[in-house]
Design a protein around this ligand. Structure first.
Ligand code: GDP
Length: 220
């Protein structure tokens, strides 16, 4: 097992932030339905089925939180979560890359995501979830191009690390890290996680707490 990049204090800050009760605030199908940009926010993006709901639920230690907002019809929306006492939003972005997605759905997704990325000054970072079995795919590179263009900072997070053998995981980590390093808007650290085994989740919590604290979010 890889050693954590974080100090015990940073891990403790992450645990404290996610020991709080996180709640679903609202789904936004369009820019004019977003909550006010009155506090920093951190978003999660990834291909559908990448394990995004599972990871959000593992982060907040609430099994049903992301899933309740991921009911059919809501999957094309931005879902906002918050916890009392901490002025920070967590945002579940709509999944992308459905093999059989109709063209108009893809266009609607692109329109919403482009507008969100370009027009949300309070967005601190997007965590880009990548399936450890597959690495970066064309649809991920398309989203990275949008984020590069919008100058939105993003960071890779591998999901389902338990599904691959340690040696393969090391290879995927290296290739993905190298690919991300080509992008100036991409943050250098890549976190490998498994929602099922819990590995890497503490590190992701610590990363989020450190990011929030660096931006002066109260209560972190
Ligand atoms: P989403 O569409 O990105 O929200 O993906 P989900 O969180 O719904 O997960 C998609 C599928 O992958 C489900 O069958 C999950 O049980 C499975 N899954 C998610 N995370 C993990 C993980 O860490 N390990 C394993 N083995 N399976 C996972």
């Amino acid at each position: 097992m890889q050693a954590s990049d974080f100090t015990p204090e940073e891990i403790a800050a992450g645990e404290a932030l996610f020991a709080r009760p996180w709640e679903f605030l609202r789904s936004a199908p369009s820019l004019d339905t977003l909550p006010g940009a009155d506090r920093p926010e951190i978003a999660f993006a990834g291909r559908s089925n990448v394990g995004k709901s599972s990871l959000i639920n593992a982060l907040v230690k609430r099994r049903g939180l992301a899933r309740t907002s991921n009911t059919p019809g809501r999957t094309q929306e931005l879902n906002f979560f918050l916890t009392p006492g901490v002025p920070l939003y967590l945002v579940d972005m709509p999944g992308y890359g459905f093999a059989e997605a109709p063209k108009d759905k893809v266009e609607a997704w692109t329109r919403l995501v482009k507008a969100y990325l370009r027009g949300r000054p309070t967005l601190l970072r997007v965590f880009l979830l990548i399936d450890a079995r597959h690495g970066l795919k064309k649809v991920d590179l398309d989203l990275m191009a949008l984020m590069d263009e919008a100058a939105v900072s993003y960071q890779g997070v591998l999901t389902k690390a338990d599904k691959v053998k340690p040696q393969h995981l090391a290879e995927v980590v290296a290739t993905t890290r190298d690919a991300l390093a080509e992008h100036p808007a991409a943050f250098a650290r890549l976190i490998a996680t498994s929602s099922q085994k819990g590995s890497g989740v503490e590190d992701l919590r610590a990363e989020i707490a450190a990011l929030a604290a660096a931006h002066g979010v109260a209560g972190v």
